[in-house]
Write a protein that binds this ligand. Structure first.
Ligand code: SAH
Length: 215
């Protein structure tokens, strides 16, 4: 899978290739789903695990903000795959925090991570996954060098901008039916620059009730 993504130019970073090879996607997709197919897959609760090329794209956009010792926040952490990748990148001195609003997904993501290369980081506490409304971020460990949002927001939630460190970067899909993957950089003076990377299709960042009613 990783070689395929390298061949097609999606992965150019050696570090991202190493981390995606280390975190075996087969541990994170539901039983019976083809783990290495470059496609999103249903994980129940009207949620999906993103396609490998989207995980790779987001890891690369955030790579400089996922250096050892840095802090990363993964909103809508779902299966925990990307949270585990973040944890390996920031290492035992850093923090990788997942926030997901479906408690059952938080439990299963913890079980997935326990089988993965990130298990020791979870045990030691540098990797955490919490049940919560991701639109509020996770203030306890703010500010973050990197924030990833795995569900599309109608607009960028202000608490997430507030919890970004100066010099930090957030990657977030924004929009309803038509969405752009936005790259939000907080400058050292606290001002914010936003650009669109590409068009995407994510499930909505919404309330738990709306999601379970299928929006
Ligand atoms: N990045 C994850 C999951 C992506 S699907 C992966 O690849 O496995 C988007 C996830 O966002 C779903 O698990 C959904 O339950 C969650 N989500 C949607 N709205 C949310 C909110 N307000 N707070 C927290 N999680 C939310």
């Amino acid at each position: 899978m990783v070689e395929h993504l390298q061949h097609y130019g999606v992965i150019s970073s050696k570090k991202v290739a190493e981390v995606m090879e280390a975190v075996d996607r087969a541990l994170f997709v539901p039983d019976g789903s083809p783990p290495y197919l470059d496609s999103p897959m249903s994980i129940g609760y009207n949620a999906t695990i993103s396609a490998p090329h989207m995980h790779a794209t987001c890891l690369q956009l955030l790579e400089e903000n996922l250096q050892p010792g840095m802090r990363a926040l993964d909103i809508g952490s779902g299966t925990g795959y990307l949270t585990a990748c973040f944890a390996l990148m920031v290492g035992p001195q850093g923090h990788a925090v997942g926030v997901e609003h479906i408690p059952e997904l938080v439990s299963s993501s913890i079980q997935n991570i326990e089988k993965s290369a990130a298990a020791s980081l979870l045990k030691e506490g540098s990797l955490q996954v919490h049940v919560g409304d991701g639109r509020l971020g996770w203030p306890e460990l703010a500010p973050y060098d990197a924030i990833h949002v795995g569900a599309a927001a109608p607009e960028i939630p202000q608490p997430l901008i507030d919890q970004l460190k100066p010099g930090g970067r957030m990657v977030i899909p924004v929009g309803n039916i038509f969405q752009d993957l936005k790259v939000v950089d907080k400058n050292l003076d606290g001002s914010v620059s936003v650009r669109s990377e590409t068009s995407v299709r994510y499930v909505p960042l919404t309330t738990r009730d709306a999601q379970l009613r299928n929006y």
